[in-house]
Structures are given as C-alpha cells and as structure tokens.
Design a protein around this ligand. Structure first.
Ligand code: P5A
Length: 431
C-alpha cells in the first residue's frame, strides 16, 4: 500500500477525551473513529489489525475442534423469555421493536440462540459432543463505556458454545478451550493469566477469566509469582504446571485460605480478554433441549460458553506493547510487516530503489506500507514509529548512492545498513 493514497488520518495532538494509552494511540494512529459513546468505526489501519486478531482466534478455535457458524446480531425477545434472562438482563440489553411491534434485541451474547439452533436438529447422544462458535458484533449498553474499544458498547466477540452428554465430557470441552486460549494469547505476544472468576450474568458454577497484566487494567488479580517465571520472554508455557498455580480475581480471593505464601503472592491490575464458563444444564433445562441417551433415556446436554473480546484485544495488545513514540505491534497482529520510508520522494534514484523494493516485497507477499509522500523526513519517521510496524526500511540519497538502505527494528530500535538484497532476504525469510 502506498501511503500517498492510503486513508490514514494520523493526529499529532493527543485527543483530550482519551484516558489510557491504547485509546490515545488508536485515535492518533488513525485506527478508529468514534460515532457515539462506546461505538466506533474501524478505519483501514485499525481494521487490518482487527482482522488479524480475528484470524488468529479463528485458527486456534478450528484447531481445537470448534466449528464456525454465524448467528445474527438481532435476536427475538422470545428466546430470552424462554431462558428467563429477558427481564433479568436489565438495562444493559438494547431492546428494539420492529415495524410489527415485535420485541427484538441486539444480542449481548448467544447462549439462548445457539441452544435453540441445537434443539432444532439434535435428538440423539450420538450427535454429541459439538462445539459451535462465531465471531460477531455484540451490544451491551454499558453504564460507563470508556477506554475506547476496551469497554465499548458495540464490540466484536468470539463466542463458542459446547454441548456434551455428561459432566466429564463437558470438562474435556472446557479444558480444550482453556488450552486454545493460552495458545491464542501467546501467539499475540501476550501473557494471559487464567484466574478463577464469578460467573455473573452468564451463570454456572465454574468460570475463569484470562487477564493480561497491565497497569490500566480494571480488575485486580492475585497470583503466584511462579507465573512470571513460567511465562517470561516467550517461554513455552507448561500448561499442566500453569494449571496448578494459584490465581484468582479479587472477588474470589480469600486471603485467609490462600495456598500461596505471602512472599510469593503477587497482585496486579488486569485486562480481561477472555472468559470461559461451565454452566451445566442451565440453558438445556430452561429451554428444553433434550437428547435421547444410549438406553433411550432423556438427557439434558451439559453446556459451556467461551468468550474472547476480539476488539478489546486490539487495545490490550497496545497496552502491553508501546513506547513514547507509539505502538509496537507484535508481528502476528501487525497491520503491515514493513514500513518502507523513501526519504526523498521525487529523487529519481531513491524512487527507483524504493519502487523496486516495494514491488519485490509485495510479490513475495510481505505486507508493506510504502511512505512515498512528498514530505520531510521528520514527520515520516514520526508517523512510522506511531503506527508501530515491526520493521522499517529507510532509503535516503546517501545510502542509495552507496548501494545500501537502513533496516530498523521498531521494538529494539536497532538499525543496520545493508544492501537491498540482504534486506529482501531478511524480510522474506520466515514470512
Ligand atoms: C462467553 C461467550 C460471555 O458473554 N457468553 C458467550 C459468555 N462472557 S463475557 O465475559 O461477558 O464476555 C466475553 C469477553 O468479551 C469481552 N467483552 C467486551 N469487550 C469490549 N467491550 C465490552 N463492553 C465487553 N464486554 C465483554 C471481554 O474480553 C470478555 O472476556
């Protein structure tokens, strides 16, 4: 993509309304545009990141055996009357009437709908287990939408729903999602601590939240110091060992009965990026989802639901990875892998070298944002640091005359001069 024609409205000034760094940087980097409190448009650069996060989440769901479907955003109130949640959900539910005065709602979650879908088709235990998921916009009329996409009213969620014959099966389904979540967050360059949690409006008796540790987090978590050691710098987490470590959300933490000695107990702020629930037969019973068992008996399937805040993750990654100059994208979710800066657009030699690099990188399927604008070097550097692409290739008249360009690593700041051929090799390798 050429920056001279790209829709990238970066801002120099820090927007006054943004209280946390990810919100400020997303506005300044031209990723999102606010339409109403907690409701955003995703501009081209932001959308590229959102799609990458979505793709990564999808890959790990598919790998764990979940199957994708797509349910609508608008739901009939009738479904929620069946489960008893229509009245219970309260003001967070956006209620709508259609032209026939039928009661509808913008879905805040899909337990009811997926249970009704399952009920329409599945009659026998032989058709279990199944896990169905979708990635769809949700609406929750939060009292205090804030922090940009981190606590929106409209937000993108991946929600999966498992159906099993018995509690043992349900536990296996839960464990499979737990593992998929650890892998998903790790691939995004994040350390997510799974903590015991309250199950709140979703219900059920077992639930865990995945918390990214960050100062701006809204929840407080308590955890064993061993977490830090085990998840340091890309260490491959030993899931079985992690699973044994103590971690709890504030509401679930009981200092009197905490198994971790005080010198090993850590407390930190966290951002909840995922939440998994096992709620047994809560919805199958209330909505009368019944299958026939091996002896002809009636079974209410055991269910769980598993959420990831896809749009929230875009903010969470920035909270975890930025510096004074801007965002530092981990490669798997970066909007482009490389930013190519032509320091003297219009100069025949610089243009020739940059155009050639741009064409060859693109042909090798390396995603490049090419700053071919007729601008001074200062603003070009500032914009490129702000939007945080993992690699920068900088080409100026002096280097070009000597047959070299500069390769800069956004995270470490390391710069090295090398030939166009070496840059090509470095950027194409492992792509
Ligand atoms: C699990 C999937 C559920 O809704 N039903 C289906 C269950 N869980 S949850 O914890 O309420 O939400 C799942 C994840 O969605 C993100 N999230 C939000 N993101 C942005 N803005 C919001 N207002 C918001 N509310 C929830 C969180 O990441 C949460 O873990």
């Amino acid at each position: 993509m050429r920056l001279s024609v790209y829709f990238l409205p970066t801002l120099k000034e820090t927007p006054a309304e943004a209280q946390i760094v990810s919100h400020r940087l997303m506005l300044r980097a031209g990723m999102i545009h606010q339409e109403a409190a907690g409701i955003y448009s995703w501009l081209p650069l932001g959308l590229r990141v959102l799609r990458k996060v979505e793709r990564l989440v999808r890959e790990e769901q598919d790998a764990a055996g979940a199957q994708e479907l797509l349910m609508p955003t608008i739901q009939p109130a009738e479904l929620w009357r069946e489960s008893g949640r229509y009245d219970a959900y309260g003001k967070e539910m956006l209620r709508i009437r259609d032209r026939h005065d039928r009661e509808m709602l913008f879905g805040p979650t899909n337990e009811e709908m997926v249970t009704a879908i399952f009920r329409s088709y599945v009659k026998s235990y032989r058709d279990l287990p199944r896990n169905l998921y979708h990635i769809q916009w949700k609406f929750r009329d939060e009292v205090r939408p804030r922090f940009g996409v981190m606590r929106g009213r409209e937000f993108l969620m991946k929600d999966a729903y498992s159906f099993d014959v018995d509690p043992e099966g349900a536990r296996r389904s839960y464990e499979a999602m737990y593992l998929a979540y650890l892998k998903t967050f790790q691939r995004m360059g994040l350390t997510a601590v799974p903590v015991k949690a309250e199950s709140g409006a979703i219900g059920g008796d077992m639930s865990q939240e995945f918390q990214i540790l960050a100062e701006t987090g809204e929840s407080t978590v308590f955890y064993d110091a061993a977490f830090e050691e085990m998840t340091k710098d890309g260490a491959q987490p030993d899931v079985a060992a992690l699973r044994k470590l103590y971690a709890a959300a504030e509401e679930k933490h009981d200092p009197a009965n905490c198994p971790v000695p005080p010198d090993r107990l850590r407390t930190a702020k966290g951002i909840e990026v995922g939440h998994i629930f096992y709620f047994g037969t809560k919805y199958s019973k209330s909505m009368n989802l019944v299958v026939t068992g091996p002896k002809g008996e009636e079974i209410f399937p055991e269910m769980g639901s598993y959420g990831i805040g896809v749009s929230r993750l875009v903010g969470a990654v920035i909270e975890a990875s930025h510096d004074e100059a801007g965002i530092i994208w981990p490669e798997p979710v970066a909007p482009f892998k490389v930013g190519l800066i032509n320091l003297k657009s219009g100069d025949a030699k610089c243009d020739a070298v940059c155009d050639d690099l741009y064409a060859r990188l693109s042909a090798a399927k390396v995603e490049v944002l090419y700053d071919d604008r007729d601008l001074r070097a200062g603003p070009k550097f500032a914009d490129m640091d702000l939007i945080g692409l993992p690699w920068q290739v900088i080409a100026g008249p002096k280097g070009v005359a000597a047959g070299v360009v500069e390769l800069k690593n956004r995270r470490t700041g390391e710069r090295s001069e090398m030939s166009v051929e070496s840059v090509m090799a470095r950027l194409v390798e492992g792509n």
